[in-house]
Design a protein around this ligand. Structure first.
Ligand SMILES: *Cc1c(COP(=O)(O)O)cnc(C)c1O
Length: 398
């Protein structure tokens, strides 16, 4: 038993799991973001005692609603689960009875309107509901969706309109009806709008602006930039709709029971959002600009690579990001970006990021500390030398 008495542990060392530096941003596959010590301590504190979950939810949801300037809030175990639960709530609301009491045929009759431009890998959470997804428009800019397209797609079976919210410049296709116009149609027809804004903070104002404009519910991932627990999600919205969410989600029986959210996550996300709304976001943006500018200066004389600043980043967030671009090298058996990613991953410490096309890699300051940024810069310098030497060697051979 003695070996289990140590409370200060390095679990990754115990397990032989490699720690990495995350230079990609809040990617879930590497653990999203890091919680603050204060949030970790809130979670530990929550874990130590039993409480009645319903009472804890009531208190936390009340506070989350207040600090995010919403009528109501709900903590789930992820943005994807939030999408499923808000969809289920919309179906229950449509029939005006508890979701668990509905026959499959009643669900199958329901429709959720979605722009083709908004289809994405996370919409499995909607597909699994068993409703009909009614697609409108095209995912391009030749013929953008019109208000009439949306009007005509709404029928007596429409339970909700799904909207993917992202600032221009992110990875989303064009072609959808503007958010404001979507809300106008929805309001006129009395249809709730459910917004997926999982990664759409920053800007912090999105926590209240999207619902403030009239969305019934807006979904955020707790484990991305909010820096809550990885397995947490936040839904904010109008009380009338959110009451249906509460009646459908954990700890009720029915579909919500599959999406258990622990007291540690409930408290952890509350703590994280508290910190997020009081953080100096403009100072952070200035810091990020400075880091990207420094990265550019570190390689300004390089013969084989250059640093490009992109804004907004690929998630559409108003934060600068760097792309380290290598001059096209001919005769390589693989894209240079794959090679550089592998060299970064194989280094010590191991660095994770993602490719920006065939000859570039992203360096996202959002998940890096100053010390880590320095390590990443130095490692790229080493890789630069290595590739430069090889290229010269290659030319000599010709
Ligand atoms: C990350 C993401 C999700 C899923 O968030 P989780 O909290 O990991 O479940 C859903 N939708 C979009 C658009 C996302 O970027």
């Amino acid at each position: 038993m003695e070996k289990f008495m140590n409370t200060e542990r390095d679990v990754y060392a115990e397990l032989g799991v490699k720690k990495i530096i995350n230079a990609a941003g809040t990617y879930t596959m590497v653990g999203g973001s890091r919680m603050s010590e204060r949030t970790l301590s809130a979670m530990t504190s929550a874990a130590r005692s039993h409480i009645v979950i319903g009472e804890l939810q009531a208190r936390v949801h009340e506070r989350l609603a207040a600090i995010t300037k919403n009528e109501a809030a709900y903590v789930t175990n992820g943005a994807a689960c939030s999408l499923h639960i808000t969809g289920a709530a919309a179906i229950a609301r449509h029939w005006n009875r508890p979701h668990a009491s509905l026959a499959p045929e009643q669900t199958a009759k329901c429709e959720i309107v979605i722009h083709r431009a908004h289809r994405n890998p996370y919409d499995w959470a909607l597909r699994l509901l068993g409703v009909k997804l009614v697609e409108i428009g095209f995912p391009n800019s030749i013929l953008p969706t019109t208000a009439q397209d949306l009007e005509l797609a709404i029928t007596e079976n429409t339970a909700a309109i799904y909207y993917f919210f992202m600032l221009p410049g992110g990875w989303l296709s064009s072609g959808a009806l503007a958010f404001k116009e979507t809300l106008e149609v929805a309001q006129r027809r009395g249809i709730p709008v459910i917004v997926d804004a999982a990664a759409q903070v920053p800007p912090v104002e999105n926590l209240w602006n999207i619902t403030g404009q009239g969305a019934s519910a807006c979904i955020f991932s707790g484990g991305k930039d909010l820096r809550g627990p990885q397995a947490s999600g936040l839904v904010v919205g109008r009380k009338e709709f959110m009451d249906w969410v509460g009646a459908t989600a954990f700890p009720t029986y029915g579909v919500g029971r599959m999406f258990k959210v622990g007291r540690e996550e409930i408290v952890g996300l509350w703590s994280a959002v508290e910190e997020y709304v009081s953080m100096d976001h403009s100072a952070r943006a200035v810091w990020a600009e400075k880091r990207i500018a420094e990265l550019g200066r570190a390689f300004q004389d390089s013969a084989i690579l250059s640093v490009q600043r992109v804004y907004p980043n690929e998630a559409g967030q108003p934060m600068p990001q760097g792309i380290v671009r290598f001059k096209a090298a001919e005769g390589l058996s693989e894209p240079i970006s794959s090679r550089v990613l592998r060299l970064l991953a194989d280094g010590n410490p191991s660095i994770f990021t993602v490719a920006a096309g065939e000859n570039g890699i992203f360096i996202n300051p959002m998940t890096l500390t100053d010390a880590e940024f320095e390590i990443v810069t130095q490692r790229i310098k080493e890789i630069e030398k290595e590739i430069e030497k090889e290229t010269r060697g290659g030319q000599r051979q010709k």
